[in-house]
Design a protein around this ligand. Structure first.
Ligand code: GDP
Length: 365
């Protein structure tokens, strides 16, 4: 899973990205890998892993991960090729969801590209570039589809959709707000890979003082919240500068620091978990002496496909899954005791895997 961090210049994207990747680098259990200076792999915080690993005395703990991409360079005119515009837009096309950073902090030392702090104007500037880029894609599709549509009913219907989408975007709307229950339309839309069809989380970057009350007294944050409500997006209040400081601390120092700020977890942890659920993802777990590990699946995944995340042989040769909820396993103290109590279920190929399931797969090779 990949998340793209977007926003105007100087809103705090790099600061946020650096703290994410540093936090990732410092979570000793996951070998942080730099794929590219702009791509960072971050562990999904999951308290269940440590508890399970203690139970099994596991040598290794491997969390689920998500990838963040720092998409800098999105400026007014990007869709017309300003800056390195089009290249950045292509990067966004590859992500599953967008974290849109907006500046909600005042600081005379940090220049705003448009001269003043105004998060809703900023959001609309970025959205407009995304809309322009999507319109180009739609226009190309329309040209291609028009040729075939005269003799093909399906293509004619798709052409109609393309034109409806185009009108929707031309009115300043995002593709994600296009409402339809038509099954063909629902199947076609994802194939266009539109930027404005991707789910968005807003990260409202505030000053340190606004953290404790979650930005309640910051009027900019309220504006972003109102804007997000209309588009059905979530808003996260974050202070990128503080996150950068936190990412340099060890675990104990970090807890103390957060406590002083009146917080129970860092903004990054909240953000990572929110992105996970925004994308409809969940984790099942495997536990043993060698390794305790979290595996990412989408909601609704059945046992054989979940097994396939570990190895394709597991999916092909799937026989059944031994499943127990992680809390029931912890309460029972040992797997054997849980089994005796009848808490370990045998599940077949139609079982829909749940978040927090601890699973042992039985399979043929
Ligand atoms: P980007 O262009 O969006 O990647 O922005 P940067 O992360 O490079 O930040 C631009 C400037 O704003 C830097 O000088 C940061 O130190 C500063 N900055 C970032 N986040 C905050 C914040 O939460 N508060 C304040 N006061 N400054 C910040």
């Amino acid at each position: 899973m990949k998340l793209g961090i977007v926003g105007l210049p100087n809103v705090g994207k790099s600061t946020l990205f650096n703290s994410l990747t540093k936090a990732g680098a410092e979570s000793a259990n996951y070998p942080f890998c730099t794929i590219d200076p702009n791509v960072g792999v971050v562990a999904v915080p999951d308290k269940r892993l440590k508890l399970l690993a203690d139970l099994y005395n596991s040598e290794k703990v491997t969390p689920a991960v998500i990838e963040f991409v720092d998409i800098a360079g999105l400026v007014k005119g990007a869709s017309k090729g300003e800056g390195l515009g089009n290249q950045f837009l292509a990067n966004i096309r590859e992500v599953d969801a967008i974290v849109h950073v907006v500046r909600c902090f005042e600081d005379p030392n940090v220049i705003h590209v448009d001269g003043s702090v105004d998060p809703v104007r900023d959001i609309e500037t970025i959205n407009l570039e995304l809309i322009f880029s999507d319109l180009e894609i739609l226009e190309r599709r329309i040209a291609k589809t028009t040729r075939g549509a005269r003799n093909d009913k399906t293509l004619a219907k798709e052409l109609e959709l393309l034109n409806k989408l185009k009108a929707h975007l031309e009115d300043g709307n995002l593709a994600i707000s296009y409402e339809t229950e038509d099954e063909d339309e629902l199947a076609w839309i994802p194939t266009y890979n539109l930027l404005t069809a991707k789910p968005v989380i807003f990260a409202a970057n505030v000053a340190e003082d606004d953290l404790a009350d979650d930005g309640a007294k910051n009027p900019y944050v309220q504006e972003v919240r109102e804007y997000a409500k209309k588009s059905g997006s979530e808003v996260f209040v974050i202070c990128a500068k503080i996150e950068e400081e936190i990412s340099e601390l060890d675990d104990d120092e970090k807890s103390m620091f957060l406590e002083d700020l009146g917080l129970s977890e860092s903004g990054l942890e909240k953000l990572i978990r929110a992105s996970y659920s925004l994308l409809g993802l969940l984790s099942y777990l495997t536990a043993g002496e060698k390794e305790t590990r979290a595996w990412t699946i989408t909601k609704g995944t059945k046992a054989p496909q979940a097994a396939g995340k570990i190895h394709s042989d597991f999916e092909r040769g799937f026989i059944r899954a031994e499943v127990i909820n992680y809390q029931e396993l912890l309460d029972s103290k040992t797997y054997a005791a849980a089994k005796e109590k009848g808490l370990v279920r045998l599940e077949g190929k139609d079982y829909v895997v749940q978040d927090g399931d601890v699973i042992l797969f039985r399979f043929n090779v």
